[in-house]
Every structure is written in C-alpha cells, then in structure tokens.
Design a protein around this ligand. Sequence first.
Ligand SMILES: NC(=O)c1ccc[n+]([C@@H]2O[C@H](COP(=O)([O-])OP(=O)(O)OC[C@H]3O[C@@H](n4cnc5c(N)ncnc54)[C@H](O)[C@@H]3O)[C@@H](O)[C@H]2O)c1
Length: 314
Amino acid sequence: MLKKRVLVTGGAGFIGSHLVRRLVADGAEVVVIDDLSMGDASKVDPGAQLMALDVRSMETSRVIKDFKPDVVFHLAAQINLRRSLQQPLEDASINILGSVNVIQSLVESAEDISKVKFIFSSTGGAIYGDVDVLPTPETVEPNPLSPYGVAKFSVEKYLYYYHVVHGLPYVSLRYSNVYGPGQSTKGEAGVVAIFLEKMLSGETPIINGDGTQTRDFVFVEDVVEANIKAAYANAVGVFNIGTGKESSVLDIFEHLKQYVGKDFPKVHGPAIPGELQRSCLDYSKAREVLGWEPKVDLAEGLRITTEAFAHELR
Ligand SMILES: NC(=O)c1ccc[n+]([C@@H]2O[C@H](COP(=O)([O-])OP(=O)(O)OC[C@H]3O[C@@H](n4cnc5c(N)ncnc54)[C@H](O)[C@@H]3O)[C@@H](O)[C@H]2O)c1
C-alpha cells in the first residue's frame, strides 16, 4: 500500500527530482527539503511542496515534526568526493550532522515509530575502499578512503543505532555510479554528464588517466525504483544498488561518441590521485530481499541520457 505523507530531502537534485516525480505520479503527498545549493527548484514536480531549507537547521526539524511523514527519503548531501578531501569539516557537517538532524526529528515526530520508514542514499562506490572482491557484496567490510565515504558509513551506523534502540525501520541503499537525464556535471560520479556536456558542445572531453578504470553504472530510474521498493518492502538494513557489471571510462567514451554521432580523439589528462581502479557492486541481496533488479542496460540508458542532454541544449 502506498505510504501517503512523504518527505524527500535533496528532492531538487538529480536523483531526488526523478524520485519526487514518481512519488507525485503515484499519488503521494510530497514535501521536499532542499537548500538549492546544488539543486534546481524548476526540476521539482509542481505537485510537491518545496521548502528551501538546510537539513541541519531547526526549521527542517520543525517541518518534519509538523508534517509527520510516513516515509523519509534522505538524499540531501554534499556529494562531491574530491571536495570532501579538501573540506572534511563541511562534508561532515552536512553529511553527518544534517542526516542526524533529519533522523532525530523523524524519531521525535513519529506517533508509532514502527510504522515509519527512513530510506538513506548511501554510496557503494565510496564506502568499500580498495577491495579484492568484485562485484563487491555487502558482507565486505567498508573501509572508506574519503571523508565522504566515512560520513556515509557513519550515518549507516547511526541508523543501526536508531533501529536497535528506538525501533526505527530503515534501509540504506548503497548506489554505484548513477547516471541519467538531469545529472549535473559537478557530482561524485558525473563522467557521463561531463563527457556529454563537452561532446554536445563540440568539445573533446578529457579522459582522466588511461581510462581503463572501471565503474558500475546504474540508470537513475532503476535507482528510483530501488527507493520505492525499499520504502514498501518489509526489510531493514543495507543494500547494494548497482548492475554487477564493470564498464571502463573508455567504454563510456566510445558509447557516447556513437550516440552523439561525432568522432572525438582520445585526449588523456593526469590520473586523479587516490582514485579507485575498479568498482562494481553485487546486488544479489537487493534482488532477493527487495525484489529489485536493474532494468535499463548501459547502451539503452546512455542513449536515453544523450537524447535528454541534447534536448536540454536545444
Ligand atoms: N549520483 C551518484 O552517482 C551517487 C552515487 C552514490 C550516492 N549518491 C547519493 O545520492 C544522493 C543524491 O545524489 P545526486 O547525485 O542526486 O546529487 P545532487 O547534488 O544532485 O542532489 C543533492 C541535493 O542535496 C541538496 N543539498 C546539499 N546540501 C544540502 C543541505 N545542507 N541542506 C539541504 N539540501 C542540501 C542539493 O541542493 C541537491 O539538490 C546523495 O546523498 C548522494 O551522496 C549519489
């Protein structure tokens, strides 16, 4: 059954705006909290109510207590991994303290805590660190190598505490590299958006390093579906959300060239220091427990994304 009162933090962002559109279409009453630092108010479905607030603020806490949501999708975050290396305090302030403010406010607002649900957008790309097991299952111990990854892991620990001690049902979704229409070029995993923006303006994108580094690219609508399944399934815990398939940056470059319909030379820049060489998630647990699996393969997803970016530029 559809939970009616839904709060989406970060709902003016890339993944959040797709999720809000889907929730409104499904008939939910949706409140969005987003400080618009990265998000765009015009991307928020008009059927939702947007509150331009910082997740760390007292006002956010007040909105949650007044609205009394049945389900909270917490996506608001400082999402730039490299920025977290330079500004770990700011990252921890938004990504840890902001999250604790939202969770604590939900716990205080709930009349029956067992009836609400908290869905957290975590990361599979940055939480595990350098691992030998690929695709990586949730049983591999996270050893994040960035403040961003440490913050996401900390919030998962808070959620475990709130579950065991207060009875809060939660799901943490560890996404791989999400891509799709509407992605900004400034994010954690923006290679598709960055390449497309350049190629569609006729410029040659720069490939960091030799381009053989791999990632697990998952389409945004599949991530939206994972959130919906997580909200309504009778499940608690952490789940990888990816495709189990590795694609290199060079693979992405070749695909996009084809969809943009133009040839570009391979121009390489320096490798990013500390960047993982390989990353790929085992999503068997999400398939078995949430009944989720990715539906859109890479070729189809990149084709849809290219068309959407081209349309935006027209
Ligand atoms: N895009 C990916 O590949 C990816 C991968 C793993 C995890 N994630 C996680 O998914 C979530 C959504 O990511 P996205 O790619 O849509 O990023 P995004 O930057 O488009 O969305 C994040 C939103 O949070 C808002 N925000 C930032 N700080 C805020 C604050 N202090 N108060 C209120 N709002 C604030 C921004 O304005 C933005 O709209 C994030 O939690 C991110 O860490 C994304």
